[in-house]
Design a protein around this ligand. Structure first.
Ligand SMILES: Cc1cc2nc3c(=O)[nH]c(=O)nc-3n(C[C@H](O)[C@H](O)[C@H](O)COP(=O)(O)OP(=O)(O)OC[C@H]3O[C@@H](n4cnc5c(N)ncnc54)[C@H](O)[C@@H]3O)c2cc1C
Length: 369
């Protein structure tokens, strides 16, 4: 069986961007995913400025425009029948079907081999000091684990934060014109929040985070309907019959982000619930940042790399995740959300520092923004 330089498990934004970057460095790369593409992924489908800068750092800055992504101009925050509009400094909406397929095509064009429909696991008992072994007999000098939130490539289960919300999503082919392109609609209420945005093909993407108990009482569609109704946003015929999909609890951290010959990136390296819509930025930034370490690993220098990846990953996305965690905590207080929306109705500029901070470029591995 062939010995690859690098095997990347998971062909979401993290895995596909890493596979492309590694192939461009002249490494032999196998990108594996259990799914066949396009596949459905619960996601708000918004690439904020910070995600676009991560995409540019990967050399793929032109991709969203080529795919017809919808420029985002504002976010409408709604709660308890009141709403406030906050202007956005950039960002686009793009379906995950189109985005993920295009990223994989870029990886293949750069020289990576793509193997879809194949579920793999790390086989630690067969791995050696210089070669990592996977189920299906696959072998590599270095492994990038990009298997997402629900990944089980490694045996150790992630640590899930107590009270973590669960994610849910649906896509409507028909939705009222009130949901105009270029606006993110964000309804918050008791039990969670629901984000809605028009995609490049006119469909309406709905992505939500709910308290688990709220979903047990109302179901996924019922929970979304309750929050939309209480927020005062326009009703959505078809919401209850849509094809809803849920996720496991969202806020989690793996026990380890690296080990002998392997590195975790993207959601597999930890995730915070998605109100700020930054997951794809973290995924792509960590994909770019890991490549110098992977190159050294392939060259046989593997001694201190796990500890180095912990430090680089923390500098690259850890700080941002801390801010996102703080915001997620405040969102659990409906009264605070109502007060915030009321304040923003009167003084929209109050949102400027938060929006600016969320859209600022990510820290590069060298520490330069
Ligand atoms: C409700 C919600 C809304 C969100 N909204 C936004 C948003 O608006 N903007 C934003 O930037 N982010 C958003 N996110 C986060 C974003 O979706 C993720 O952060 C992003 O998809 C992470 O990319 P990834 O490549 O790490 O993982 P994924 O995209 O999940 O890809 C992981 C891949 O690994 C594959 N895989 C898993 N296990 C195996 C295995 N054993 N073998 C082979 N393949 C395997 C899976 O099939 C999958 O294709 C949202 C998330 C949720 C839940």
């Amino acid at each position: 069986m062939k010995l690859w330089d690098v095997i990347v498990i998971g062909a979401g934004p993290a895995g596909a961007v890493a596979a492309r970057a590694a192939a461009l460095r002249g490494l032999t790369v196998l990108l594996v995913d259990q799914a066949t593409f396009p596949r459905r992924k619960v996601c708000g489908c918004c690439l904020n400025r910070h995600a676009l800068s991560a995409l540019s750092a990967a050399g793929l800055g032109e991709l969203p425009a080529k795919l017809g992504a919808v420029p985002l101009e504002r976010v409408r925050l709604a709660t308890g029948g009141r709403n406030a509009v906050v202007r956005l400094p950039g960002g686009v909406a793009l379906s995950r079907e189109a985005f993920d397929v295009a990223l994989i095509a870029e990886a293949v064009q750069a020289g990576a081999t793509f193997l879809p429909g194949t579920r793999v696991r790390l086989d630690e008992s067969e791995s050696t000091a210089s070669c990592v072994s996977l189920s299906s007999g696959l072998r590599a000098k270095a492994l990038i684990v990009a298997d997402g939130l629900n990944g089980r490539v490694r045996a150790d289960a992630p640590v899930v934060q107590t009270g973590s919300r669960i994610g849910a999503g649906a896509i409507l082919t028909d939705a009222p014109d009130d949901y105009e392109p270029g606006t993110i609609f964000m309804a918050t209420g008791h039990g969670g929040y629901v984000g809605l945005v028009r995609l490049e093909d006119g469909r309406l993407d709905i992505a939500a985070a709910f308290d688990a108990s709220f979903v047990q009482t109302h179901g996924l569609a019922g929970a979304a309907s309750k929050i939309l109704q209480s927020s005062g946003l326009p009703g959505l015929p078809g919401l209850l019959d849509a094809n809803w999909k849920g996720t496991p609890p969202l806020t989690r951290e793996p026990v380890q982000v690296a080990g002998p010959l392997w590195f975790a990136i993207g959601d597999a390296a930890g995730y915070i619930e998605p109100f700020t819509g930054e997951g794809m930025a973290w995924a792509m930034a960590s994909a770019v940042a890991v490549i110098p370490l992977v190159e050294r690993c392939v060259a046989g220098d593997s001694l201190d790399l796990p500890a180095e990846w912990v430090a680089v990953h923390r500098a690259c996305v850890g700080e941002r995740q801390w801010a996102c965690r703080a915001l997620a905590r405040s969102l659990k207080r409906p009264t605070l959300c109502r007060l915030a929306v009321r304040a923003l109705q009167w003084i929209p500029a109050l949102a400027t520092p938060v929006v600016r901070s969320l859209n600022r470029s990510l820290m590069s591995p060298s520490g330069v923004r």
